[in-house]
Ligand binder design. Structure first.
Ligand code: G4P
Length: 534
């Protein structure tokens, strides 16, 4: 297969959802129907073992598993589909957000009874900032749920873009009859149970109206009415608009019953984009110049979007997950970390190709390569096979949870500082130094990040710490057009100012109103909810 076809046949996406909406179930079905796994239950079992315990040591043991499942690859209709896991539930962390910077599209799964829930909303925000195309799957239609028109209305409001229904449900809950496929103009008849493969369901052409009315009666008629209302109110399907993050195709189904899932898998091939270009900067005559890296460029280039500490604390191994932006990876190739200009010397490399029939050891744009190293690689690092460039845009998100770090034995201050610096580099946590002095603050978006950091500080740096709650609930990085304006602001809120690991000034808030009030008082100050990796 040509180099160009290899990049064009790739799809890299992540699922965004709220806990319990059905992400694990859907992941499993997608893997099953593409032939990537043979037995249902394996993804589910992993989830159960990960969450059955609240003991961090146990979670750490599971890390080997979570590395393997961070990227799941499927081969479907001659396309290579990379599904990146977005840790949820208790694992929710900055990694969850950052994974979204490594994908070209997102699949939003919502529970049809609950609509768009809190965690999904946070993830949507990240997608919207990057105009990531979003495919919507409305799950659990076999339950008593909300009216489809009502759900579409909510999705439109939450996403801030129109919905284009691709399938439409006939009935719901006990009277769930099936879904109409608006493209093929057919109705697939619902049957519950998880033994059936997608092609085993009966399909009837919508032109056979009499048959459908006779069999499904009022459910069918009212589905036709609501479908006509929905399609009349929504714009026509426009792939360009979808790719630009301006409309979302919507599918209905029931993951647990294998129903409506194949349509989503097909949408990933037919609608979702192949790897997109990525913005980088390169130095020309000592001036930074913006350069778009195209997936079909021959040189290897990729960015580290996730760093995961390995299991063996004594070795401090780390796995750097690199999203390839261009070129071809082959084992043994010489790669360089641009920040340090040093060669990347991995002890092992994972390419997530294991499900493929023949062991093809190569990767292309859109693929993820995991390099295990003894260090020397940081979050946001650009890796190339020679070209001198730096990808931009790996974001740090403003933490929503804060804790004060109290060192139990003050003689271990140096170890604590070293540990926090390294864990900060890995992106495990964000560290803030208050400008007026006092204990350091840790910032996170998920509670588990604190537990992990506390445990790792002790295990890997012999720094025993106590974490105490504090009044902060948010932070904004601040900039101003002139140093004088910035100084005036800092002087007005000295006790609220802190510097992060990159020495960037942040304003700490105790409520959402803080930012609004500060903004009203100082209209010329810019408050940023995310900071890009320098
Ligand atoms: P998550 O990863 O988003 O957290 O969700 P997960 O797939 O684990 O699904 C959460 C619960 O919803 C599970 O039930 C799952 O079986 C159920 N579920 C998923 N899809 C559907 C669907 O289409 N219809 C119905 N009725 N239920 C669905 P559970 O009781 O928590 O677990 P389990 O004992 O069934 O495994």
């Amino acid at each position: 297969m040509s180099f160009l076809s290899e990049t064009r046949r790739r799809r890299t996406f992540a699922i965004i959802s709220h806990p319990d909406a059905g992400k694990t179930t859907l992941t499993e079905k997608l893997l099953l129907f593409s032939g990537a796994i043979q037995i249902a239950g394996s993804v589910k079992a992993r989830k159960a073992s990960r969450h059955a315990t609240s003991d961090w040591m146990e979670i750490e043991k599971q890390r080997g598993i979570s590395v393997a499942s961070s990227v799941m690859q499927m081969l479907y209709r001659d396309h290579v589909i990379n599904l990146l896991d977005t840790p949820g539930h208790k694992d929710f962390s900055e990694d969850t957000y950052r994974v979204l910077t490594a994908v070209d599209s997102a699949l939003m799964v919502i529970d049809a009874a609950n609509g768009v829930e809190a965690q999904t909303r946070r993830l949507i925000e990240v997608c919207r900032q990057r105009d990531t195309p979003i495919i919507t799957f409305v799950n659990k239609m076999d339950r008593e749920v909300r009216e489809p028109l009502d759900i579409l209305d909510e999705v439109e409001r939450e996403l801030g873009m129109p919905c284009v229904p691709m399938t439409w449900p006939v009935g719901q809950g006990k009277s769930f009859r099936g879904i109409m496929n608006l493209r093929t103009q057919t109705m697939t008849v619902f049957e519950s149970g998880s033994e059936r493969l997608p092609h085993d369901f009966e399909t009837i052409a919508l032109t056979e109206r009499d048959t459908l009315t006779k069999r499904f009666g009022a459910d069918f008629e009212s589905a036709m009415d609501s479908m006509e209302l929905a399609t009349g109110a929504s714009p026509t399907w426009d792939r360009e608009a979808f790719l630009a993050g301006r409309q979302t195709p919507v599918f209905f189904g029931s993951g647990v019953n294998n129903f409506g899932v194949m349509e989503v898998l097909d949408a990933l091939v037919d609608l979702a984009p192949s790897p997109q270009s990525r913005t980088s900067t390169t130095m020309v005559n000592r001036q930074p110049v913006v350069k778009e890296i195209q997936p079909e460029d021959k040189d290897f280039a990729g960015v580290v979007f996730k760093v995961q500490a390995n299991m063996d604390a004594n070795h401090r191994d780390r796995i750097a997950f690199v999203r390839m932006a261009s070129g071809k990876y082959t084992p043994g190739m010489k790669l360089k970390v641009q920040r340090t200009a040093k060669e990347l010397r991995p002890t092992s490399v994972v390419t997530f190709m294991s499900q493929r029939r023949e062991a093809v050891e190569e990767a292309y744009a859109g693929d993820i390569v995991g390099f295990t190293t003894h260090g020397g690689v940081q979050l946001g690092d650009t890796i190339t096979d020679g070209a001198s460039l730096q990808f931009t845009g790996l974001p740090f998100f403003a933490p929503e949870l804060f804790m004060t770090v109290i060192l139990k034995n003050p003689l271990r201050t140096k170890q604590l500082q070293q540990g926090l610096a390294q864990l900060g580099e890995e992106g495990a946590i964000q560290v803030f130094r208050p400008e007026i002095g006092g204990p350091m603050l840790l910032g996170a978006v998920g509670q588990l990040q604190f537990e992990v950091v506390q445990h790792r500080l002790k295990a890997e740096y012999d720094a025993d710490v106590r974490l105490e709650g504090c009044q902060y609930t948010g932070a904004r990085w601040i900039t101003a057009d002139s140093p004088a304006e910035l100084r005036e602001f800092v002087n007005a809120y000295p006790q609220r100012m802190a510097k992060d690991a990159a020495d960037t000034l942040a304003f700490l808030c105790t409520s959402p109103y803080d930012v609004r009030l500060a903004q009203e008082r100082f209209p010329k100050i810019h408050f940023h909810p995310l900071r890009e990796h320098a």
